[in-house]
Design a protein around this ligand. Sequence first.
Ligand code: ZN
Length: 487
Amino acid sequence: MKKFIAILAAGAAVIVAVVLVRTATFTSSQVEVEPVTLIEIDAGEAAQHLATALSFRTISHQDPADFVAAPFEAFRRFLADTYPRMHRALSLEVVNDYSLLYTWEGTDLALPPIILLAHMDVVPVDPATIDDWIQPPYGGVVADGYVWGRGAIDNKGGLMGIVEAVERLLANGFAPERTIYIAFGHDEEIGGRNGAVLMANMLQERGVKPVFLLDEGGFIAHGIIVGVDPPVAMLGVAEKGYFTVELAVRTGGGHSSRPPDHTGLGILARAVVRLEENQFDASIKSPVREQLATLGPYMPLARKVVLANLWLFSGLVKARFLADPLNAASIRTTTAVTMATGSSKENILPIIATMIVNFRILPGQTSRDVLAHIERVIDDPQVTITTVGFASEPSPVSDIGGDIYGLLSRTIREVFPSAVVAPNMVLGATDSRHYVALTDEIYRFYPVVLGPEDTQRFHGTNERLGVENFAQVVQFFARLLKVSAAG
Ligand SMILES: [Zn+2]
C-alpha cells in the first residue's frame, strides 16, 4: 500500500513538473520586425474614395431575378476614372459581364505570380433595419472618423485598399518583378459561381501557379478574444466546408380533423431533434491548435497553464469551447436547421413536408462523412435525404509558420507593431475556395480592426470602417506588394 502511494505521488510530481516546465517555456512566437517607412497616404482623400465606392448598390440578392446590372457597370467606370494609372498600367478583363480580372505584368515572367482577391458585391440591407442606420447605408458618408455604409468592411474596404495601394505604388514608380493578378468577383455573397469560379478557371487554363493567394476572411480583433490584451491579427489559414440537405417526408395528406399520430412535419421534427442531439464530435485540430499555442502566452496564468498543456487539459478546453456557439463552431462540424415547409393551410395535413439543414464542415471531414452521419443518426426510412444547393468541401490548412505565413506576419506587424498574428479558421465561406486547384498557399486576411461591438456590423446594421484604419489597409497592401512582388 505504501509503495502504491509512493508511486502515485511520484507520478503526480512528474505531471506537475511537466505542466510547470511547459508553462514556463510557453512564450510568444511572434516574428520581430524593424520599423519600416510605410507609403504616405492622404487618409481623407482615400476615405472619400471608399465612401463613393459604397454608394454603388452592387447588391447580390438571394433570388438572381432581383439582380440589377447598372450599379456594377457604374462601379467599374468609377474605378477606371478614379485610378487612371492603374487602368493604364494593368490590363483588365471583364469576366462574365461584371467580374474584374486585372493583370499587372511583372518584369520577370519566370517568377511565380501573386493573386489578390476581393469582391464588389454586398448583401442587401434588411428594410426593417433601415431606420437603425446612423448614416444611410448607400449614402457614401464620412462622419465621426468613419466611412459608413453597406460593404465598408465586407468587402469594399478590402477591394478599395488594393486599388488605392496599386495607384500609389504606380505614382511612386514601382514596377513589380512578379506578375500580380487582382480578381474582383461580383457574386461572392451568393456563392461566386458566376465570378470567382470563372476567373479561377481562366487562370488555371493559363497555367497560373501563384506563390500565394490572399483573400478576405481574417481581420484584426481588438478586445474580442477573452484574456488577450494586444490586438490579434486573425490570419485565415483554412475555411470550413459548406453543405446543405433537404429532409422530406411524403404522407397521405388530408383533413387535419383526422390526423395520424405523426404528420410529415412531426416525423421531420423527430429527425432534426436527433440531429441536434447527436452533434458531430469536437476536436482541437489544426489550425485551432496552433491558434491556441500562439495566443496562450498572452493570456492570464490559469489559462496559460491550461493551453500550454493541452496533452492534459484538452477535455477541459473542449468543454469550454462547446459552451459558446461561436467557439463550438471552430472545433466541430456544425448542424443548423434553417427552413421548413408543410401544407398551405392550417387545417390541411402536409402531403410533402420538408426541412433544410445547413452544415459547416471542419477541415479533415468531407461532405460524404456528413451525409453518412445524417443517415445513421436519423435512421428513419420515411425521411428522404437530398443534397441541395452547392456544396464546398473544407479547405486544406495552409502552411502555418512557412515562408508565406512569415511574410504576411511580418507585413502585418510592420503596419501594426503591437498586433499578435495568429492562425485562424474562417467559419464562413470566401471566394478563395474556388482557387484551391491553383495553390496550397491560400490566406484570408485584410487588416480591418474590429472591436467587440463591430462583429455584428458586417451583414448587419451600421457597417463602417475607420478613416485611419482604411489608410492602414492601403499601407498594408502597398507594403505587401512591394515586398512580395520584388523577386
Ligand atoms: Zn465578403
